[in-house]
Write a protein that binds this ligand. Sequence first.
Ligand SMILES: N[C@@H](CCC(=O)N[C@@H](CS)C(=O)NCC(=O)O)C(=O)O
Length: 232
Amino acid sequence: MIKLISFPAVYNVKTGTPFGLKLMALMKMADIPFELEYQVDPRKAPTKKFPLIIDDGEALADSHFIRLHMEKKHDIDFDEGLSPLERAHSLALVRMLEEHFYWCMMFDRWVEEDNWVRFRDTVFKDLPPIIGGFIAKQIRKQTVRDCHGQGVSRHGRERVMALGVEDLSALEAMLGEKEFLFGNKPTSADATASAFLAFALNNEFKSPLYELCASSPTLSAYCLRTNTLFYA
Ligand SMILES: N[C@@H](CCC(=O)N[C@@H](CS)C(=O)NCC(=O)O)C(=O)O
């Protein structure tokens, strides 16, 4: 059976990275059995990031390449039935969420001071007091550096949140009245979208990202629907 290695649960979300959640959704969609193992230190992972899977003794990293591996190995197409144009839209949406919206969320919880304090006290609560504080500080330092390197931190909070809200509004418009992003059957884009929405909604921050998700009937209903379907 596939072993999915990912960060421990955080708030009401089954694993502490949206990319791990996305893989859970894909495996659920394809009926691929897996066991979830929590680990906290990704330094020995092939890309030094989580999630990764162990499949037939082989370690594979990165949710995108893991998706391609599953499609090849199990002869499935998560986007079956989509036209070339729909596939292009799907890819653009996935990249927007994974490579742009992700950083707005990272900024929200790791850089913004008030949220960071809450986040730290939840995520690192099981570590011993002195060394735990040191570890949290080191990881934060690296993450703040990453956010700066990606570029998002170079704008003030207001602008970063406005960027994130634009992404969520685009997602909301793409969903419209539909059950899933491309109709009444979930596709790969739903795995990514449901994972990132679960993160935006399940936290305890004062955040425009949360407020938009919670106040949008389209986004909150979709979140509930996909949560029940993929992550229950
Ligand atoms: N492109 C990767 C992204 C994975 C990723 O960014 N993982 C983050 C957690 S959300 C991580 O493990 N970060 C640890 C680090 O950067 O040290 C995927 O799709 O799996």
